[in-house]
Design a protein around this ligand. Structure first.
Ligand SMILES: Cc1ncc(COP(=O)(O)O)c(C=O)c1O
Length: 312
């Protein structure tokens, strides 16, 4: 945590069963039925589904290539005085791959202070930056203990161990502990010991550098395939890290159709619709570049491009 600019100690940290549990516990702890959660539009599907189970109302804030737009955020904070927290994924966001620029990180904290709301910063991908300059997390700018920072070993080591953590003010951590005890008593100690041993015996930075090099290359290949196999007027994100590219199709093109036809040929992508808690957006797609070898990426995007042209 100190390496990324968060000064903290043991009392501010709770190890969780993946960051998904941290998201769930945040919902349990903070949301009363009908509370508003402000989020990026679009945002992480499993956070939407989790917060929905606590009967949250979602307010979406538009993004551009530099993340959530702060003027829009302020407007939404004024319109929704019962906002409990802002849920944000500032680095290589799921699903868009976009990153919140530096000044906006500072501004988000200022607005949270001004309008008396919390920020839940979900940062599973921050360590996987393969180009551009590293940015401090939103929590780095936290002056009033309003930012709950969540991260995980899932994307930098392995998802199967189910190890994540929350870093927050001690008063919040005490409450999180009480809720966690009702959920699963504690996080798997064997997984924690294995990870601790791994960190002791191996250089995790070296491992992260290896995966970053692989993802960087795969991302580059996928972007050049989009350029080659899709029409020029298509808009898509150009991530500096993480796992995803977000493709915005022309308004009359259904991503669902591309998904269904792609799947018939063993090419999977994710239609964008469920990433919007309220908006009915049908023309966006999330692509993942981290998983497949270069040759498969070329084959897959070529096929999706062919499907695109058959429906247009
Ligand atoms: C934005 C975001 N948050 C949280 C998670 C959950 O990760 P885990 O529970 O494996 O730590 C994911 C997984 O894809 C994610 O994309």
């Amino acid at each position: 945590m100190s390496r990324i600019g968060i000064n903290t100690n043991m009392k501010n940290v709770l190890v969780t069963s993946g960051s998904q549990q941290a998201i769930d516990l945040s919902g349990r702890l903070f949301i009363n039925g009908g509370d508003t959660i402000i989020c990026e539009s679009p945002t992480y599907l499993a956070a939407i589904n989790t917060f929905k189970t606590y009967n949250a109302k979602f307010v979406e804030v538009d993004m551009d290539d530099e993340g959530m737009i702060m003027e829009e955020l302020e407007k939404k904070l004024i319109e929704n005085p019962n906002t409990k927290f802002i849920y944000t994924i500032p680095d290589f966001q799921n699903p868009t791959g976009r990153t919140l620029k530096l000044e906006r990180r500072k501004r988000m904290v200022e607005l949270a202070n001004q309008y008396n709301v919390l920020i839940v910063e979900d940062n599973p991908y921050g360590a996987i930056r393969f180009s551009g300059n590293e940015l401090p997390p939103v929590k780095h700018f936290d002056t009033e203990g309003r930012v709950i920072y969540i991260s995980t070993f899932s994307k930098m080591l392995t998802p199967g161990l189910r190890l994540g953590w929350i870093c927050a003010d001690e008063v919040f951590i005490e409450k999180y502990v009480a809720f966690k005890q009702t959920a699963d008593l504690h996080t798997d100690s064997f997984a924690q010991r294995m990870t601790a041993k791994y960190l002791e015996l191996y250089d995790i930075e070296e491992h992260i550098n290896k995966i970053k090099a692989v993802y960087k290359e795969r991302c580059k290949v996928m972007l050049s395939c989009l350029e080659e196999f899709f029409p020029k007027r298509l808009s898509y994100s150009k991530p500096e890290g993480g796992l995803f590219i977000w493709v915005e199709l022309p308004e009359d093109v259904s991503a669902e159709h591309i998904f269904t036809e792609g799947l018939k040929n063993n090419v999977a992508c994710v239609p964008g619709t469920p990433f919007f808690p309220n908006r009915a957006t049908k023309n966006a797609l999330r692509l993942n570049y981290s998983n497949m070898a270069k040759e498969k990426i070329i084959e897959g995007i070529k096929l999706l491009g062919e499907v695109y042209y058959t429906v247009n």
